[in-house]
Design a protein around this ligand. Sequence first.
Ligand SMILES: [Zn+2]
Length: 141
Amino acid sequence: MTAADILKNYNLNKTHCRVLVLEHLMKNRRALSQAEIEKSLRPLCNRSTIYRILNKLSEKKIIQLIVIDEVNKYFYDEEALSAKGAYEPVYFQCIKCNRVVPAGRMSKEAFQLSEGFVKLRYNFVIQGICDKCNQEHYNKS
Ligand SMILES: [Zn+2]
């Protein structure tokens, strides 16, 4: 599916910047912050446009929002999108290079809240050292 098809399926207008932002996330296999997206799409789309697009896309669950150390990161997860919330994606953050990549999924039954508790925001993030940084470490020693 192309970015334009996805926007159409969710009844969103195919504005130039919406297509660019979604395409950019689709071709990156790691989660990106708004600042990183801005850097790549400047000067085609401005900051506030990108901000609004990211909010809209994550509100519609087209992209995943992952909050790490108070920074919002966005990731296009094709499988999570087609599973329509049947499970929760788990991510991995490298503490050396800061890369955030998908690391599996968790069934919703694995975490049932007690009665009266309301789920607002949640992140499943495993922190550690990624394969690339790990390799660099071994190459040095
Ligand atoms: Zn790393």
